[in-house]
Design a protein. Structure first.
Length: 463
């Protein structure tokens, strides 16, 4: 649907453009016309003359324009527990941190969401996602606080309403006081969908159903969660095949590997995406490709927790939708998605099966844009720069010392130092200019996150 004729227009000219469309169309020097919240036109050279209602013109000389980055896996609350358990594998890391996480409240969650969102948006993320699964009793409206933080910052957002009902007494990892009941988790998830999910084309807030992981939820929660999501017409998200310990756990408890277990509970399908998927054999990848189940690849977190290297080149070759994720900042302290473009390329080249042919710069950019839009179910709306799509785009500054001697702008963006963001538009509205957030006070957020991290640490120590 085209923008109304009277819509205000923003014209960006003289920039390199990587559209990330189906043909990977690029322009050495081109233009983008934004009308309202849509991309109206894009092409080589100057913008069309005699455009009406132009409210702003941007000279993009020395810049690269790309689709906004799309984050497909995160845990915002972890912003206030960064730098802890730095030498642990996943299971030991979870055991070390669950007792602290289980004492978060609404004020902490809001501050942590602000910090996580601010760092990502400042680095080119226009669509964010949070998988929140820790709901201590009497902790307030945690889901609402996270959605409020995203709305205030101005980014497009998917909240994956998580849950856990398998605690230590049931053979899981979370402490008993950190989980919900099966009935409580399902009811609260449905309420969150009913209250917040917007299915419209230009939706700024969507909800997914997201039981946490095979080792923290019951089989019944997975099954009924899938039924709930499909009854409500929303997507499904969870962690899958992250570590060898998880695979061993699934074989011991369920008599099968994670992928077969997920399929037995209704958790493979084009409306599903899973985080990590590091330990996948050929049949697992075939099952994901056959069902179009998506993957959120989190290279920095997988390295931080020594989980391994996901077989991303094999997944892409098989037709599995793959996007990038920051993951929680207790396992990726930088909290930035644009660094994951580089790390995805570098880490996948360490896999001896593919080496230098694993990924190239343009494939990495596609993972962070269109691939992310695919796994979030929004590829018709975002993820590439095309007329009619939503105006979520980023203008990266590449003419400074850090990048000016790299001739190819996409290579400069992916393999060079983190590029400054001159302009980031979400839904046609500026969110970042000259590397500063426009809608929130970064310094105030920094103070708030520090204070809430200290408060949580005191509460956890007293407990």
């Amino acid at each position: 649907m085209a923008a109304p004729a009277a819509a205000p227009r923003i014209v960006i000219e003289n920039c390199a453009i990587a559209t990330v469309d189906a043909d990977d169309t690029e322009y050495v020097s081109g233009h983008i016309v934004v009308a309202g919240n849509r991309i109206e036109s894009i092409g080589a050279g100057k913008a069309p003359e005699n455009l009406q209602n132009v409210v702003r013109r941007v000279d993009g000389t020395g810049h690269l324009a790309t689709p906004g980055l799309v984050n497909t896996h995160h845990h915002f609350y972890q912003w206030i527990t960064r730098g802890l358990a730095t030498d642990h594998n996943l299971f030991n890391w979870l055991v070390a941190l669950y007792p602290t996480w289980a004492r978060i409240d609404e004020q902490m969650t809001y501050a942590a969401a602000q910090g996580s969102l601010a760092m990502m948006a400042r680095g080119g993320v226009t669509t964010a996602m949070d998988h929140h699964y820790v709901f201590p009793r009497n902790s307030g409206d945690l889901s609402g606080s996270i959605i409020r933080a995203a709305s205030e910052l101005g980014v497009r957002f998917t909240l994956a309403r998580g849950s856990m009902d398998r605690s230590e007494k049931d053979g899981g990892l979370p402490p008993d006081f950190a989980v919900e009941t099966l009935e409580g988790a399902l009811a609260a998830t449905e309420e969150t969908v009913d209250r917040h999910h917007d299915a419209s084309f230009d939706s700024m807030t969507q909800i997914a159903v997201a039981p946490c992981s095979p080792f923290s939820v019951s089989t019944e929660l997975l099954k009924q969660g899938a039924e709930l999501a499909r009854r409500k017409g929303v997507r499904l998200h969870t962690h899958g095949s992250e570590t060898v310990e998880e695979e061993k756990f699934c074989h011991e408890l369920f008599g099968m590997g994670p992928t077969d277990y997920f399929e037995s509970t209704g958790w493979l399908g084009e409306d599903v995406w899973m985080a990590h998927c590091v330990h996948m054999n050929d049949s697992d990848i075939e099952a994901f490709a056959r069902t179009k189940t998506g993957v959120a690849h989190c290279p920095s977190s997988n390295a931080r927790l020594a989980a391994g290297i996901a077989r991303v080149p094999d997944m892409l070759a098989a037709g599995v939708p793959v996007g990038l994720g920051v993951d929680g900042t207790a396992s990726n302290e930088s909290g930035e998605l644009h660094t994951e473009l580089r790390n995805a390329l570098l880490i996948n080249r360490l896999n001896p099966a593919h080496r230098e042919a694993a990924l190239n710069a343009r494939q990495a950019l596609r993972l962070g844009t269109y691939g992310g839009a695919q796994v979030l179910g929004r590829a018709s709306q975002i993820g590439s720069l095309e007329p009619g799509k939503l105006a979520d785009l980023v203008l990266w500054k590449l003419d400074t010392l850090a990048h000016a001697s790299i001739a190819d702008p996409v290579t400069a963006l992916v393999l060079g130092a983190a590029a400054p963001v001159t302009l980031s538009l979400v839904n046609g509205e500026p969110v970042v200019e000259n590397s500063r957030l426009l809608n929130v006070d970064e310094d105030a957020i920094a103070r708030s996150t520090r204070d809430e991290a200290q408060r949580l640490a005191r509460i956890a120590a007293q407990a």
